[in-house]
Write a protein that binds this ligand. Structure first.
Ligand code: MD3
Ligand code: FE
Length: 216
């Protein structure tokens, strides 16, 4: 059971240390076990092909990928050509505990931040199911997270996300600009080799039935 979340902006619910150390450890172990089937790789920027500083992989029926051809969801890993491993059960349980969304998530995007890795201000709008929230789990080193509104030039708020924090973004926050300014190195020893993992659970398709069955 999750406690009452803190609302940091309309549609943004924050559960600080929702996951205890054992639950965090289980997720990190799951990520590095599944990573043998779906290795971390560096996506590239559309058009320019400039590599991201963040390394990524995905679990679930769909994975978010990016290269010269653009951002999109793909059922296969760009390097191995294999389908993505299933989303760990612990994360599906967390989705059900934290959200009231009727359909299950279809993608777990895994971001690995080492050293100076960061993520510029952006919107997540490659999903068809914009009615579904996004659920984010932070693991490892503390991050400075920035969130604004739906206008890139509007005011922003900064919060420090710590290991075990869970945030839901839904409603009017679903299309909010957001990014990771920096990782504060050495704040956690959870991630082997140091750094931060972020897991985001997303619904991609609007249909309820097919991919709902796929997610489990
Ligand atoms: C607000 N990841 O993968 S998680 C991303 O910590 C991404 O790795 C960051 O932004 C990270 O796209 C931030 C928080 C987050 C995720 C998705 C959102 C915030 C969001 C979607 C809509 C609004
Ligand atoms: Fe995002």
């Amino acid at each position: 059971m999750l406690p009452e979340p803190v609302t940091i902006a309309p549609g943004v619910f924050w559960w600080r240390t929702a996951l205890d150390r054992a639950a965090q450890q289980r997720l990190v172990d799951a990520v590095f076990t599944l990573e043998r089937q779906a290795p971390f790789y560096r996506p590239r920027m559309p058009v320019s092909g400039k590599p991201f500083s963040v390394e990524e992989t995905n679990f679930g029926p769909f994975g978010w990928v990016s290269d010269e051809r653009g951002y999109r969801y793909s059922t296969t890993h760009p390097q191995t050509g294999n389908t993505w491993p299933a989303i760990p059960e612990d994360l599906l349980d967390l989705w059900q505990a934290a959200t009231s969304h009727p359909a299950m998530p279809e993608c777990c995007l895994v971001n690995l931040y080492r050293g100076e890795a960061r993520m510029g201000l952006h919107q997540d709008r490659d999903e068809e199911a914009l009615d579904a929230p996004v659920l984010s789990v932070s693991l490892g080193d503390t991050a400075t997270f920035r969130i604004g509104g739906t206008n890139r030039r509007g005011p922003t708020k900064s919060v420090r996300l710590q290991s075990g924090d869970v945030i839901q973004f839904g409603g009017e926050a679903r299309l909010a600009y957001h990014g990771i300014d920096r990782i504060i190195g050495g704040t956690s020893d959870l991630v082997p080799g140091g750094g931060r993992l972020n897991l985001t659970l997303r619904r991609i398709t609007k249909g309820r039935s097919r991919s709902n069955a796929n997610a489990r």
